[in-house]
Design a protein around this ligand. Structure first.
Ligand code: MN
Length: 742
């Protein structure tokens, strides 16, 4: 006896019939029977339970199974796991029960899904890490999780507004990028559109109206554009369909916001898609290029805007040929050319690979391999991991070659170090530079698409902290941090011994108070910093006589009593450095956020838009997981953030920065004369603590202009340098440039 009404039971059965209609085309009777068994079981387990909308709960897992079967084309195991996905989480049944009834495969997937369920809150990072571990076990867990999320987004209307905001924020932050990375474009798009609708309902409505308003005009334009293409393709007996696709509302909105343009200024609203049914005897690639040549015969292509993802597919498997051409109304139009198979892969990612067997080379497998590698080898905590991982998630790609011609895919702005670690950890650890297209370049050199890279190593080299400031891949970051951590630990041990010995030699008591005196004298953050600087040989304990002779003042003792809590021989570390097991450190917004150069404790990053260096006037933006992004106060983006998300802004202050240096760009101009370049480089090499990365000089008509890329510790050093450079005969202006890209 069901606890539901007759009408509700009918609704459940209708829902399940829809699913059955979808899968009966593909599944044999034996599989259908197993699906039935899962439905009967789940239906009984969720009996009488309703969703927020009032619907019977079981409608949700059935809907998820339908998405998994219909949109993603997965098999019986996944469909059964989808039907059962909330049973362990929401009822008294255990994974054990599922295994007994439905076997090992299904229960493993349900188990994975159960571990990923529940509120995410501040544990997003942890959840992601969990997700990715499962990803490397069985990709189906993530796909079903995405289908689950998609259905929850489709039915988000019945949730209270605050919940809607939270869920859609999470979706944009985590699930949409993940769907993107897996190549599930259709799902990614729908997740983004739905999140946009719930997060910014007013903007959504307005944009919807604008799009609707121009529909007629747009259709006319499309027709005028594609008619000649259709005719020519027919003449050439090329079998295909020509469709058009509107840019998604979310991406229109994002573009308007980030580029500061109006709706009318968005020129790539439309894309034309030519889907061809390839002839079997000629390669798909050649047929796509033939269509490309027909299109560019009719319309003038924009130079540099032909993208060939057929020869070199994207990491998520995407294959297509894109070209931007000048349309009849004097507007640029993007044309995408691909076969039906490529289109399936484009819409449904590698899930489509299952359908089109014979595609042996799966880029995704390699990507998953990399993640697995990263998870296994790195001790990074969940937050660091998330940041590192996001590096990979959003980056667009370049391809470089090894000396033997092997290709390596890397995120854009990858450096020599990144490629070295990509090839082998040891190659990374020992890297001193590279030869690119026969030229010598430093480890920080940013690679260009198509570079041929030969890594140069030295046995004496060790991983440098400095590298962390320019590398682009999560893998390199993980490996460098691991190495530095090991090294730091070693320095700490050595330093501790040296310090304690020195104190004993001076016959001073080995207590917290003594250490505190030394720490204060050298203006350090804490005793760990003292140990490691001594261990590294940066700090010599020369002044120990003086320091230990000094009497404590009353004021000092008072301070001591307040801040010292328990643990006799240990110094209490400052609040900012305390790092418990909890994934969230609640930031105290009343106090300025202190920026320190401690390898383990980097809880902030410097914004890529304005490239602040120590000494600049800065503010912090608290991003996900309490990670603080430091912007220059006058940075445009920072001003926007202050305006729009003021509650996430924190004041920030630099402490001393001595070890690390930061890439900065200076622009010089003046009158050309012989020897001016060597005068400039001379000053830089003479000034202590400055390393030059690259210099570019241009002269014309007796004038010269140059760009210096240098590594610098702070604004103090920078100002001194600017002052000295300005004194060189012939130099007219020296300006700091924020944009580090040309
Ligand atoms: Mn669910």
């Amino acid at each position: 006896m069901s606890l539901f009404t007759k009408a509700e039971i009918r609704q459940i059965n209708d829902c399940y019939d829809d699913l059955k209609r979808e899968i009966s085309k593909r599944f044999d009777p034996e599989r259908m029977e197993k699906v039935d068994k899962a439905f009967v079981f789940a239906n009984a387990a969720h009996d009488g339970i309703r969703r927020k909308s009032g619907e019977p709960y079981i409608v949700h897992p059935i809907a998820v199974a339908t998405i998994v079967a219909h949109d993603l084309g997965l098999g019986a195991t996944s469909v059964i796991a989808s039907i059962l996905h909330d049973v362990v989480e929401d009822t008294d049944y255990t994974t054990e029960d599922i295994r007994n009834m439905f076997g090992e495969n299904v229960s493993r997937i349900v188990d994975g899904l159960t571990k990923l369920s529940g509120e995410m809150d501040s544990r997003q990072a942890l959840t992601l890490k969990k997700m990715l571990m499962t990803l490397s076990d069985d990709v189906r867990v993530i796909i079903i999780k995405l289908a689950d999320r998609l259905h929850n987004m489709r039915t988000l209307e019945s949730m209270p507004p605050l919940k809607q905001l939270k869920v859609s924020g999470e979706t944009l932050y985590l699930y949409a990028p993940l769907a993107h990375r897996l190549g599930l474009y259709a799902i990614k798009n729908e997740l983004e559109e739905l999140s946009f609708k719930f997060k910014h309902p007013e903007d959504y409505k307005h944009l919807l109206y604008q799009l609707h308003d121009q529909e007629e005009k747009r259709n006319y334009l499309v027709n005028e554009f594609i008619t000649p293409i259709r005719e020519r393709l027919a003449e050439e007996h090329i079998e295909c369909t020509v469709t058009h696709r509107l840019k998604s509302m979310y991406s229109i909105w994002t573009k308007m916001r980030t580029k500061g343009v109006t709706f009318d200024e968005i020129y790539d609203l439309l894309a034309i898609r030519i889907l061809l049914k390839p002839k079997t005897e000629i390669s798909e690639k050649r047929q796509c290029f033939e269509v490309l040549s027909i299109v560019t015969d009719i319309y003038q292509p924009k130079p540099d805007r032909i993208r060939d993802w057929i020869t070199m597919p994207r990491a998520n498997g995407y294959e297509s040929l894109h070209v931007t051409v000048m349309g009849p109304q004097g507007k640029w139009v993007e044309v995408q050319i691909r076969t039906e198979r490529m289109d399936q892969v484009a819409e449904y990612g590698f899930a489509a690979h299952y359908k089109y067997k014979g595609i042996a080379e799966n880029e995704l497998d390699r990507w998953i391999e990399r993640i697995r590698d990263h998870l296994q080898n790195s001790e990074t905590d969940a937050f660091e991991f998330l940041d590192d991982f996001k590096l990979d998630l959003f980056a667009s790609e370049i391809v470089v070659f090894t000396p033997k011609g092997k290709t390596i895919k890397l995120p854009k702005s990858s450096t020599v170090i990144d490629v070295a670690y990509e090839i082998h950890t040891n190659l990374g650890n020992k890297c001193i530079g590279a030869k690119i297209n026969q030229k010598l370049v430093p480890p920080s050199h940013i690679l260009q698409n198509g570079d041929q890279v030969e890594i140069l190593t030295s046995e004496n080299q060790t991983p440098q902290q400095q590298w962390l400031s320019f590398i682009a891949t999560a893998k390199a970051r993980g490996k460098i941090k691991d190495a530095l951590r090991a090294e730091k630990h070693h320095h700490l041990e050595v330093g501790k011994e040296l310090v304690e010995k020195a104190i004993r030699d001076h016959r001073a008591p080995l207590v917290a108070n003594t250490l505190k005196k030394i720490v204060d004298h050298y203006n350090l953050n804490n005793k760990e910093q003292l140990y490691s600087e001594v261990g590294m040989g940066i700090l010599k304990l020369d002044d120990l006589d003086k320091i230990l002779a000094r009497k404590s003042t009353n004021k000092f003792i008072k301070y001591w009593n307040i801040t010292f809590k328990g643990k006799n021989s240990h110094l209490k570390e400052s609040e900012e450095e305390e790092k418990g097991e909890e994934p969230t450190r609640l930031l105290d917004k009343q106090k300025p956020f202190l920026l320190k150069e401690n390898a383990d404790d980097i809880t902030y990053s410097l914004a890529k838009c304005c490239h602040p260096i120590p000494g600049d006037d800065v503010i912090g933006y608290i991003s996900a997981g309490d990670h603080v992004i430091i912007h220059k106060k006058e940075c445009e983006k920072a001003e926007k953030l202050v305006g729009s998300q003021g509650n996430k802004i924190i004041t920030a202050k630099w402490t001393k920065f001595k070890k690390l240096s930061y890439l900065t760009r200076l622009n010089l101009s003046g009158f050309d004369r012989t020897g001016i370049v060597s005068d400039v480089t001379n000053i830089i090499s003479k000034q202590h603590n400055i390393n030059m990365r690259s210099v570019k000089f241009d002269t014309h008509d007796g004038l010269f202009e140059g760009d210096l890329f240098i590594y610098i510790h702070s604004t103090d050093d920078l100002n001194t340098l600017i002052h000295h450079l300005g004194k060189i005969k012939g130099i007219d202006k020296v300006i700091r440039v924020e944009n580090l890209n040309d």
